[in-house]
Design a protein around this ligand. Structure first.
Ligand SMILES: CC(C)(COP(=O)(O)OP(=O)(O)OC[C@H]1O[C@@H](n2cnc3c(N)ncnc32)[C@H](O)[C@@H]1OP(=O)(O)O)[C@@H](O)C(=O)NCCC(=O)NCCS
Length: 163
């Protein structure tokens, strides 16, 4: 049976939190804030998109979009992106990202930005730009996929990401 992708609905909240917690569990870059991010964005009215991948009715993956800025430009942040360990390496993460990027492109912003593994996200077209700065931790993991102009300036994510 193939997984399906849909927008989150009421009642998905706990399963989404569980997927993020289990996907990030034990990763060196994880912290206790990760599982709370989607709830935090939703509660702040900043969850622009929250897609889930389901298999036999069970949520096995998720991706979120929220507002971000780079300098004066209006971007969307992609993240968290998470797939349950037992379901990784089957294309679910790529499918979630593909759908999220499609929505982002029609949403009318200047591009998408995220903080994450350089090897993984380059396949989707994300790049590190020397003209983009970040004052938080892990500035070297900031990657941008601009839809228009070369990005320039400081990245600001929603405050929920700062814990
Ligand atoms: C990253 C993640 C979402 C990828 O989901 P997925 O469903 O396994 O991804 P896909 O099946 O679409 O792609 C798998 C490919 O990505 C690669 N990949 C997965 N995670 C990777 C990582 N952290 N760095 C580099 N490559 C990675 C796999 O090696 C595989 O490559 P291959 O197809 O050439 O063998 C998933 O591994 C995950 O939830 N990880 C833990 C949470 C996390 O790190 N999230 C991203 C940070 S926000």
């Amino acid at each position: 049976m193939k997984y399906k992708i849909r927008q989150e609905t009421i009642g998905d909240e706990a399963a989404i939190k569980d997927v993020v917690a289990r996907a990030f569990d034990g990763k060196f870059y994880a912290d206790e804030n990760d599982a709370l991010l989607v709830d935090g964005l939703r509660n702040a009215g900043a969850l622009i998109l929250s897609l889930v991948a389901t298999l036999k009715g069970q949520i096995i993956g998720q991706v979120a979009l929220s507002p971000a800025t780079i300098g004066d430009a209006r971007y969307l942040c992609v993240g968290p992106l998470a797939v349950l360990p037992d379901h990784q390496r089957k294309g679910v993460g790529s499918a979630l990202m593909g759908h999220a990027l499609g929505v982002a492109q029609v949403y009318g912003r200047d591009g998408v930005v995220l903080q994450g593994d350089l090897n993984y996200y380059s396949r989707f077209g994300f790049e590190v730009f020397p003209s983009v700065t970040f004052t938080g931790e892990g500035a070297e993991y900031i990657q941008v996929l601009p839809f228009k102009e070369t990005p320039s300036g400081d990245v600001k994510f929603h405050p929920v990401f700062s814990g």
